[in-house]
Design a protein around this ligand. Structure first.
Ligand SMILES: [Fe+2]
Ligand SMILES: [Fe+2]
Length: 276
């Protein structure tokens, strides 16, 4: 396989027809036999990979080029998720715009060619596959909940159902409830993952203010959490379940790893992937 065929494979698994903005091939690789894949890739990793005979390094998080510069575009997928869960389009669009405005100055300032330039110097393939893997992970979580939640589920039941997924079983983190109560009714719920990054305050607010009771994020920072507590109450009726970053990212990455291995590639995982 070459790097383009690996990218196409990830799109097929995610059921996507276009390459998402946060996903790109920085340095193409032909005739790939050995792949090293990790959640975050740094410069030193590329040297080690070259020395150990890998043809291609795949990162999950954006490595450079358009995946960094165009990143805010992928946040629009939060709008799609909100609308699919009944949030009016105007409210969903406003949440997306707020997130994009927070991000755009940052990506505009980033050094988008650092890692790709080092990969070119070393002579090793480099690509990042971000949203396709996150979309696969979102589906797994969403479909697992749909299939296994008991009637009149409580928040605790949802955490129990998700916790049975192998990546959550093997991770060193647990799924945590950051807002609300375990005994609360789960109510209307939505997995807000597979849209660049967590939806922060804007997406959670759009969800809670439009009849969604329980939001699932894979991570959230303390400042955003504080603001949500102030608005909805730390132990109120609105619930925020946080599933854990590397464990959740690993779900979609592992789906891709299995398919690459099935096609005869030797694929080794590192940098946080919970390889189950
Ligand atoms: Fe991810
Ligand atoms: Fe991530």
């Amino acid at each position: 396989m070459d790097s383009q065929e690996i990218l196409d494979l990830s799109l097929a698994l995610a059921k996507q027809s276009e390459v998402p903005a946060d996903t790109t091939i920085n340095v193409p690789a032909k005739d790939v036999r050995r792949v090293l894949i990790g959640i975050d890739v740094e410069a030193a990793d590329l040297l080690v990979a070259k020395e150990k005979g890998y043809d291609l390094v795949i990162a999950h998080h954006p490595t450079g080029g358009s995946a960094i510069l165009e990143f805010p575009k992928v946040l629009s997928k939060h709008g799609d998720i909100l609308v699919r869960h009944g949030v009016p389009k105007a409210a969903a669009d406003a949440a997306v715009r707020e997130m994009q405005e927070e991000r755009e100055p940052q990506v505009h300032a980033e050094n988008y060619d650092r890692l790709p330039s080092i990969a070119r110097m070393i002579g090793i393939g480099l690509m990042c596959i971000h949203n396709p893997c996150d979309e696969i992970g979102r589906r797994v979580m969403d479909e697992t909940l749909r299939a296994q939640l008991p009637p009149n589920a409580r928040v605790r039941d949802a955490i129990d159902v998700l916790s049975a997924i192998p990546e959550f079983q093997s991770a060193h983190t647990r799924i945590v409830l950051r807002m609300g109560k375990l005994e609360n009714p789960l109510g209307a719920w939505a997995v807000h993952h597979g849209a660049g990054t967590n939806g922060g305050v804007p997406v959670a607010r759009a969800a809670y203010d439009n009849r969604i009771d329980t939001v699932f994020y894979i991570h959230i920072n303390a400042g955003a959490l504080q603001r949500l507590w102030e608005r909805y109450g730390r132990e109120g009726s609105k619930n925020l379940v946080v599933t854990g970053h590397v464990a959740s990212d690993s779900i979609g990455i592992n789906a891709l790893v299995r398919e690459m291995r099935a096609r005869g590639l030797r694929v080794d995982t590192y940098s946080g992937i919970v390889d189950v």
